[in-house]
Design a protein around this ligand. Structure first.
Ligand code: CP
Length: 327
């Protein structure tokens, strides 16, 4: 989107000197460590405000357009909840088949339409790079809520915030994080590996051969001097793991269903397997899960995946307030 000086259309009343005012959020590559500290600080304050007062008027009068071309439960509803907790309103388009998209309207035209009515737009789309295309067309901020197998930056931010809140502020440095499952198509792990490479961490990757972490992501992480190891089985990596990040094998991303059949159910986290893990560690998952974490593990204090969803609310409140000049 254009700079403030180029755009006569940005709304009034914001702090135009706020660092993230009017910016798109498309990739974790936009964030420095200082930026992350800032996001986590604001998200922590949002958490306190929600716990104390529930809803407040920071974004009263502002409107979010929530545009989802792919299914979502958490990202979609947490952005709606975030806007409403901040006193704003939402135009929600979850079923694009009931919008003019079904008549052949292009993504740029849909975005240009929605920004006539809204102050900020959240977009989930099946094609990698779609959020950048939308941002180019828009005068107002666009937030990437997942673009195909590309990135899911707000998920990575909430994942890192979860680690901060669960294992203690400042404790990302020194941790060993093991990513498990579909590392090829999993946009959440692509974003998270890039984001964690800003810290002094060790990254382990455990996946079937056909679902390995893409070379492009591993090369970017290696450029930051981060240790990365690949494993075929979890047993070897689990005992040293501080954060086990489990992902679903995504049936919908496979071109050949036979390939999916070969690897579905390759890993299942259950109480028996977790006996080999530390007591002071956490298990995370972006969700939804299918069979990769047994429900028998849900009551273990190390199971952080339900708490992780709640941290997403606070991070998305922080991001909305930031791009609208209120944080
Ligand atoms: N984690 C995540 O993106 O979940 P949804 O697909 O439900 O939004």
């Amino acid at each position: 989107m254009p700079t403030q000086s180029q755009s006569p259309h940005l709304p009034f009343g914001e702090n135009k000197n706020a660092p993230w005012y009017g910016k798109d959020i498309l990739s974790v590559k936009q964030f420095s460590r200082d930026d992350l500290d800032y996001v986590f600080g604001v998200a922590h304050e949002m958490r306190g405000m929600v716990e104390r007062v529930g809803t407040f008027d920071l974004l009263k009068g502002k409107i979010l357009a929530n545009l989802f071309y792919e299914p979502s439960t958490r990202t979609s509803s947490s952005f709606i909840a975030a806007m409403e907790r901040l006193g704003g309103s939402v135009i929600s388009i979850n079923e694009v088949k009931y919008s003019s998209v079904s008549k052949g309207e292009s993504l740029p035209d849909t975005i240009r339409t929605l920004e006539c009515y809204a102050d900020v737009m959240v977009l989930r789309h099946p094609e990698t790079g779609s959020a950048a295309i939308a941002a180019k067309a828009a005068r107002k901020p666009v937030i990437n809520a997942g673009d195909g197998v590309g990135e899911h930056p707000t998920q990575a931010l909430l994942d890192a915030f979860t680690i901060f809140e669960e294992l203690g502020v400042g404790r990302i440095d020194g941790l060993t994080i093991t990513m498990l499952g579909d590392l090829k198509y999993g946009r959440t792990v692509h974003s998270l590996a890039r984001l964690l490479s800003m810290y002094d961490v060790k990254l382990n990757y455990v996946s079937p051969d056909i679902l390995k972490m893409p070379k492009e992501v591993m090369d970017e992480v290696a450029e930051k001097g981060i240790s990365q190891k690949e494993f075929g089985s979890l047993e070897e990596a689990l005992p040293e793991t501080d954060v086990l990040y489990v992902t679903r094998v995504q049936k919908e991303r496979f071109e050949d269903p036979a390939d999916y059949e070969k690897v579905k159910g390759a890993y299942v986290i259950d109480p028996q397997i977790m006996k080999a893990a530390k007591q002071e560690m956490i298990v995370m998952h972006p969700l939804p899960r299918v069979t990769e974490i047994s429900m028998d593990f849900d009551d273990d204090p190390r199971a952080a995946y339900f708490r992780q969803m709640e941290y997403g609310l606070y991070v998305r409140m922080a991001l909305l307030a930031m791009v609208l000049g209120k944080a």
